[in-house]
Each structure stands twice: as structure tokens, then as C-alpha cells.
Design a protein around this ligand. Sequence first.
Ligand SMILES: O=C(O)CCC(=O)C(=O)O
Ligand SMILES: [Fe+2]
Length: 289
Amino acid sequence: MFLTHLRDDAVSRGGKMKVSRVAGALGAEVTDIDVSASLADGSIGVIRDLLNEHEVLFFRDQCIAPSEQCDMARLFGPLQTHPAYGTVDGLPEVMLLESTEAKPSKIEVWHSDMTFRQHPPSVTVLRGVTIPAVGGDTLFASMTSAYDGLSAGMKAYLEPLVAIHDFSQGFKESLAEPGGRERLAGALADNPPVRHKVIQTHPETGKKVIFVNALFTSHIEGVSPLESSEVLNFLYRHCVLPEYTCRFNWAVDSLVLWDNRSTQHKPVNDFLPASRALHRVVSEGDLPY
Ligand SMILES: O=C(O)CCC(=O)C(=O)O
Ligand SMILES: [Fe+2]
């Protein structure tokens, strides 16, 4: 059963849109909205507040063109491109995330997107294009709730720490493929390791979040390798306790928006040999601090 609460202000500002919270920590399903029409009449702006409140938003039956998906992502900032993913013809900002029996997804671990950049995306917009009959859900976790669940002593310990995030760690399987290093040479050269604070403050909500992830974070600066790996492993396990998560079951034309600064996500790769494909657009909003 979904826990349902409707926000009167959101309903009045966004037409007859309904917002239903799906889990305790994060996530809301938004219904009775036509994203394409709302983009045209400007009423989509209400989505920004909803995203700050719920951290990930789920829409159904939104048959929008890739260019409209770009328009939606642009509400949150300029679009970013990705150095390694394939894209839709003529639209370099629309990444194609495809998993087939011959080429299964390499995304296995919890992460937030592109933290190997000094300015990672603020918001990701993902649309279901080919969806398996069973499986292929995406899991989400709230880094706000995970931060709130730390002890005062652990919060104080983590506060001054800085972690290194590294493209080459996140793409190590691709780099190890025959010809991988050559194919990704430009991406490697353009994306040297970057530093991000372990605990960050969300620029819009002012809430603190945990900002390390198992895909891209290589180590914590200034502590021993053992301390770094043990602290990171604790955080990776803590961040995805079931109480901090929610789960989305895709259909074709489902549309999901998440705040990449305050959440992590993970695809559940349980659908092979079926295929699955999604279109992804990311935007560069304000940085956490
Ligand atoms: O395939 C998914 O469910 C999520 C893939 C992913 O990590 C992303 O779109 O950033
Ligand atoms: Fe991702």
C-alpha cells in the first residue's frame, strides 16, 4: 500500500496533479500530469519544489520526445554530456543506456551520477524506452536520511573529510576491454580525479547529505588506506539500509527525475536475457557546498 498524501499547494499550482509519497525516506509518484503540455504552458515549474521535497519523482505514461526530455532537464540547469556513453542520433545530450544479452549493463553498484566531475549533474531525467516484462527495477536511497541516521560522533568525524572521485575507477570494466583504453583515452585525459567533501550541504534545501559512492569514490584523503576503506565500506552499507530506500518498477514511457546531489541509485540487473533501454539526460544545477 502506498502512503498517500496530497499537497494542496502543489495541486493548485500544478493543475490537478496528484503527489503520492511511496516510501518513508524518499520518492513520490506524480499522477494526473501531462508533462509535455505542462512544459508548453510553464506549469512544470512546480516540479522543482516537489523534487526538493521528495528527492526522486516518478511519472507514468509520458510519451515525450527526446527533445522534450531535454527541455524538462533544462528546467534545472544547462545540460551535460557524458564522455563514455552512446547517445541518440542528433541529440548528444540524450544518453542511451542499453542492456542486452550480448552486452549486459555494467552498472552494478549503488552510485550517484558522474561524481568524477568537479561539477556533477544536479538532476537526472530518465525515461523507459524498452522495458522487460519482469525485473529491471531501479532502487533509490536518500543520502539526506542516511546522514540523519548517523551518530553525532560519526557526523563530527566525517565533517572535515574530503574524498577523491575517479572516472577510471567507475569505468574500470570498460577500460579493461580490448581496445577500451584507446576508446576512452580522451575521456580519461579530460577527467582526472577530483575532490569532493564527504558531507555536503544541498544548495536548495540546506540539508546535509553523505556524498561518497562505491562506483566513483576511490579513497578518503589524508587517512590511512585501511581507515579510508573501512569508513567508506561502513558508509556504503549504511547509506542503503532498506529504511533509506525506495524502488521503482518501470514501464515504457515511465519518466523518473532524481536529485543527484541527495540520492544514490542502482539498477537491478535481474532481467536477462530480456533487453532494457532507457534515455538519460542530466543537468548541471547549483553545486552542493
Ligand atoms: O538503469 C537504471 O535503472 C539506472 C541507470 C543509471 O545508473 C543511470 O541512469 O544513471
Ligand atoms: Fe546512474
